[in-house]
Design a protein around this ligand. Structure first.
Ligand SMILES: Cc1cc2nc3c(=O)[nH]c(=O)nc-3n(C[C@H](O)[C@H](O)[C@H](O)COP(=O)(O)OP(=O)(O)OC[C@H]3O[C@@H](n4cnc5c(N)ncnc54)[C@H](O)[C@@H]3O)c2cc1C
Length: 355
């Protein structure tokens, strides 16, 4: 059997922040064939099972998790051939690494995911917040997912349109109802990537915004930009306890966009039509210094304006740091940040962890 069951495992070991109390039961699932055993086991515990991928976008409570935690560790990529419009269908197991998937498809000359290179985590987690970067989102290539539906107690297939994919959101975000099992993407064969929309990436390649370059070159440029900001796991030892961006890039009203542009912000247009500024720009604007402490065990990264954890960090300290940042950014810029990180586990009733 490829299902490993552990009782009382500290979830801090399974998250990149290195924060979180124990899981009552932790199941590492490496083969979907064992899903029925997991479903039967879960019935003995309270609550809907909590899913965990690589733990790169979660803050787990200090109390840990009394419901079963399912770590999706299934691997595999299957090329399914072309559909009528010439795109290639690719089926991927939920536990497969996104970075490795991007590497595989770029090498095959398939475009649609090249800008997502270097984003840590599993493919199964990508629809949860419609993972995206540098002008590309999973919503542009996702065709369908299969999932275990804990409400209907059966396996379901959901087309991309039913997933409610929006800016860093979907029907899965915060719902706890589905465990994503497999995902199908449609990618196009092309010698050139889609037009570059981000100046930092275009500058890195020394080409104008709007240029098209071979996808492998686009991916290399994105990776270099990400490394410079500590946005590739393991590229900066001191800042490694990270969830990337802790906050969403907030949507701006036209008046806010004009004001912040005048103050020097880059305002980006997203595939859903919204105009947004990065949370990191707002955090810098609010006067937080790189490397500066915010709460016990929590500080600003030394490379980028986001929060990272150090020795002594706890979930309580991290939520305190989130509150400090939200309040100061609101005071200084008039824009309210909301957390992008997912809060997992058992949180005290009165705690407002959603900001
Ligand atoms: C350095 C760094 C850079 C990052 N850069 C980006 C970026 O550029 N763009 C971006 O969008 N994100 C970014 N992220 C965030 C993160 O990588 C993504 O959100 C990623 O998809 C999380 O994958 P994971 O496997 O670690 O999921 P986890 O963190 O383990 O889980 C995230 C959420 O997905 C749920 N989940 C996980 N697996 C499943 C499943 N199989 N079924 C159902 N629900 C599931 C969890 O319950 C949780 O709610 C970054 C993170 C880091 C640390």
């Amino acid at each position: 059997m490829s299902m490993r069951v552990t009782h009382g495992l500290p979830l801090a070991r399974k998250t990149t922040l290195g924060i979180g109390g124990p899981a009552a039961v932790f199941v590492d699932l490496q083969d979907l064939a064992d899903l029925p055993e997991f479903v039967a086991l879960a019935a003995d515990f309270p609550g809907v099972p909590t899913c965990l991928g690589d733990g790169t976008n979660v803050l787990v409570s200090d109390a840990g998790c009394s419901s079963p935690v399912l770590r999706m560790n299934t691997q595999g990529v299957r090329f399914m051939g072309e559909v009528a419009d010439g795109r290639t269908l690719v089926e991927v197991q939920a536990g497969h690494s996104l970075h490795e998937l991007v590497d595989t498809v770029v090498r095959r000359g398939l475009i649609g995911m090249e800008m997502l290179v270097g984003i840590p985590g599993t493919v199964g987690a990508t629809p949860v917040q419609n993972v995206g970067a540098y002008g590309q989102e999973i919503s542009e290539t996702l065709v369908e997912v299969t999932a275990w539906d804990w409400v209907l107690s059966r396996r379901v297939t959901l087309g991309a349109a039913a997933c409610g994919l929006g800016h860093r959101t979907s029907i899965f975000k915060g719902a706890g109802r589905w465990t994503l099992l497999t995902l199908v993407f449609a990618l196009r064969k092309s010698a050139l990537c889609a037009p570059l929309t981000y100046r930092v990436v275009a500058d890195r390649l020394d080409v104008p915004v709007g240029s098209r370059v071979p996808p492998i070159e686009a991916a290399r440029a994105v990776l270099a930009v990400r490394r410079g900001k500590g946005m590739v796991l393991g590229c900066s030892g001191a800042d490694r306890r990270s969830v990337g961006s802790v906050f969403f890039s907030p949507e701006l009203t036209p008046a806010q966009a004009r004001r912040l542009r005048d103050e020097g912000a880059s305002i980006n247009r997203f595939p859903d039509g919204s105009a947004r500024v990065s949370a990191s720009w707002l955090i810098r604007r609010a006067g937080f210094a790189l490397g500066g402490p915010i709460a016990e065990g929590v500080r600003v990264s030394s490379l980028h304006h986001t929060l990272v954890a150090d020795e002594g960090a706890s979930a309580a300290g991290f939520t305190e740091a989130i509150d400090v940042v939200v309040n100061r950014v609101l005071e200084c810029t008039g824009v309210r940040l909301t957390p992008e990180v997912d809060f997992l586990g058992d949180w005290p009733e009165e705690e407002d962890v959603a900001g």
